[in-house]
Design a protein around this ligand. Sequence first.
Ligand SMILES: [Zn+2]
Length: 391
Amino acid sequence: MGYNIAGLVVNKNFDRNVQQLATALRWGIEIIDEITFEQATANWLPEGEFRLYFSDKATMIFFPHEWSVEGYHVQGAKSLCYAYSATAMVFVVDYLDENGTARYFMENEGKKSLENGAPLPYEQQFPTASGLIFKLFDELLGESFHAINFADKAYRCRKIAYKEKDNAPYKNALFTETVAKEEKKAQTFQEEPKITRLFVKRAGVDILADLELTLEECYKGVTKNLLYSRKKQCTACNNPKNCSTCSGKGYVLEEHTEAVNFPAGIDDEMTIKIKNKGNWFPAKHSIWTYWKIKLQKTAPTYGDLVLAISLRKHKHFQRNGQNLICEYTLPKVEVMARDVVIQLADLDKNTLKIKIPQGTENGKVFQIKGKGFRNIKDNKVGNLLIIIKLI
Ligand SMILES: [Zn+2]
């Protein structure tokens, strides 16, 4: 039997700290037990499990073959997500360097397909995926894969739900009545852009893209027209060999606009998957069809559009879970002397008036119920917390 492995190699070892690795990958990692490197590299892995090995300079993860569809990478590092099946003669090379330059292809019985990105320097020397994958192992490991001691310590692990890290502490923001007024004026004039061009990080069968949303958009929900280019099946193909529209490729590149609705409460680090809005791929493409059928129980001809959501920083507000937080700075002498009414513009562009009683202490939190974010899962709404800073 040939060698059949799949996994991820990263040119960093995260100080051999599983937690650091988990944060970089956004995986929840549970260690089941300790094994040897030899056991970690075994052929075919049981579903749901992966094996982990830290070398002096790098990290190797061995996982089930179908995981290679996910295109796991670590930002700011060099990484190779791959599938290597000598039995099926199917290989996946999915390489991303620290600058975000990507190289992707699948090789099926010696034939490359679904190619993306410029060929890597090693590809001339190693024209087939089986040689290239091992060459990339060596590059990312900083040593020969074959030189690793079989008795070295490794881990048998399970992937579990990833717990998002707590938001960073809130930074002080001066928010006076004048600022509130200006803010409201600015918001009235700020038109929502009609079309948002997606920043595509990687386009294999699935198209992965980053999308930044404003706090207001997360608060109220928003529909955006997303523009990106994708491979669409050629409709002129009666005889693919002689098709002048696609030159026999079977697809054409089109600028596609997709209206996507982001519900109120959508949060940082969420992933939105829009089915069948990725790149076209031929249904006869055996390994993809095999994996996708296995995963989805159907045979699609398009990959998915996958959006990684991030939150744009707001001048005055910060999100903490379902709560909206704001710091309001007041002169201490004034609060000592009398009641003070403060005004601030909330995310609905309404001006809120809040009475700060005489003698209020520094750091006191005033809570306005129902002015926070909606929880997508249970529809509960958080609160607006105003933290009084006395200077
Ligand atoms: Zn065609």
